[in-house]
Design a protein around this ligand. Structure first.
Ligand SMILES: [Zn+2]
Length: 118
């Protein structure tokens, strides 16, 4: 079972990660707005910009997803459900949580889910 110190550690880590992503997303949004207002004159410029934007969007999507996972994990901490697998309701190994702080499933269930999605 996770003790108070562990929970405090994960809460701090989650909040730090959340703040960093929020900051990243803001910066990226501003950069994208700057890109959109650029006067594009030839096709070469347009191609490189579209590509750049596609990459930005992929990162944005990934970070937005991660942000949602982090918010979920923080909600679980306040409900004392953090570190409990959503599928089998067993405790998630602390070493696994350290690698993936917003893990929702224990390693066994994660493998089952990944197999089903293949
Ligand atoms: Zn499980």
């Amino acid at each position: 079972m996770l003790n108070t110190e562990d929970i405090k550690f994960f809460k701090t880590a989650l909040e730090a990660r959340r703040d960093r992503i929020k900051k990243n997303l803001n910066i990226t949004t501003e950069e994208m707005n700057g890109l959109n207002s650029n006067d594009l004159r030839d096709e070469a410029d347009f191609a490189s910009t579209s590509l750049g934007r596609a990459v930005d969007n992929a990162i944005l999507t990934q970070q937005a997803n991660e942000l949602a996972e982090i918010e979920l994990a923080l909600g679980k901490i306040s409900e004392n459900l953090y570190g409990i697998c959503e599928m089998c309701e067993e405790e998630i190994n602390i070493e696994r949580l350290k690698v993936k702080i917003f893990a929702r499933y224990c390693i066994t269930c994660r493998e089952v889910i990944e197999k089903e999605h293949k």
